[in-house]
Write a protein that binds this ligand. Structure first.
Ligand SMILES: NC(=O)c1ccc[n+]([C@@H]2O[C@H](COP(=O)([O-])OP(=O)(O)OC[C@H]3O[C@@H](n4cnc5c(N)ncnc54)[C@H](OP(=O)(O)O)[C@@H]3O)[C@@H](O)[C@H]2O)c1
Length: 251
């Protein structure tokens, strides 16, 4: 298992969930991996478990991203794989969207994601692979997700334009759109456990394959897109959602 041997990979939000599983898979495939997160304790624990470098960098802060880029440059030189994964899910119904929630969620999921790429560009190798962790919510009208969905739809739009503009450097840019995946993200919303369980059950029933995705399911797709096996793929989006995007009217 060494299809990523010799590659350097940065995974933002790598201390948990999809980022953690992806960092593990990228490392298993031979890459040197750097994970980031916003909490020192969590980043230290995860980086020790994974045996990779961990850096604290809150993507809401452009100076933190700049510092991350400088640290990666001085320790590793250039980067081949950039997994732009750090993100949050803050549900709120239309009519109750606060400016603070909008700025916070957009600040991480869109601005933070976009500037992660912008700031890493100078140290990306030609031929690098950028993977944006988006969501099938980019295409759905799921209640309470107006801002979250907009952040992911805008990220996918950036993916397409960046893919065109970075093609002369053979840098590939793609989006991964998961459906519901079992990670701590839902527990961070502040919803009560009972509410969370009800949400999970309702969601699972809508998935044709009748299960949540596992972070490892997403990690496999990430490692494929990161590899030379995907060398003709750019500007694309991959739904990985147990079929939920088919949006069955009857089941
Ligand atoms: N789980 C799903 O069902 C699902 C579905 C579609 C898309 N996604 C997307 O997948 C990505 C990963 O989510 P996940 O489900 O794996 O959630 P998760 O387990 O909560 O992991 C998210 C990671 O991002 C980090 N993060 C959050 N805000 C950050 C910031 N400002 N700066 C740096 N790091 C930050 C988190 O740090 P902390 O541990 O400190 O919070 C954590 O390491 C997100 O972009 C999410 O929108 C998830």
């Amino acid at each position: 298992m060494s299809k990523l041997k010799g590659k350097v990979a940065v995974v933002t939000g790598g201390n948990s969930g999809i980022g953690y599983a992806s960092a593990k898979e990228l490392k298993n495939q031979g890459a040197q991996v750097i994970i980031t997160g916003r909490n020192l304790e969590k980043v230290t624990k995860a980086s020790q478990e994974l045996g990779v470098k961990g850096v604290v960098a809150d993507v809401k802060s452009l100076s933190a991203i700049n510092n991350l880029v400088s640290e990666v440059k001085s320790d590793f030189g250039k980067v081949d794989i950039l997994l732009v994964n750090a993100g949050i899910f803050q549900p709120a119904p239309v009519g109750q969207i606060s400016e603070e929630m909008f700025d916070h969620q957009m600040g991480i999921n869109l601005k933070g994601a976009l500037f992660t790429t912008e700031k890493f560009l100078p140290i990306l190798n030609d031929g690098a692979s950028i993977i944006n962790l988006s969501s099938v919510n980019a295409y759905t009208g799921m209640p309470n997700t107006a801002v979250y969905a907009a952040s992911k739809a805008a990220l996918n739009s950036y993916t397409r334009t960046a893919a065109t503009e970075l093609a002369p450097r053979k840098i590939r840019v793609n989006s991964v759109n998961p459906g519901p995946v079992s990670t701590p993200i839902f527990g961070k919303t502040g919803m009560e456990e009972e509410q969370l369980n009800g949400f999970a059950e309702a969601m699972q029933n809508r998935v044709p394959l009748k299960r949540f995705g596992e972070p490892e399911d997403i990690a496999k797709l990430v490692s494929f897109l990161a590899s030379d096996d995907a060398s003709f793929i750019t500007g694309s989006e991959y739904n990985i959602d147990g079929g939920i995007n088919i949006n069955t009217l009857l089941s």
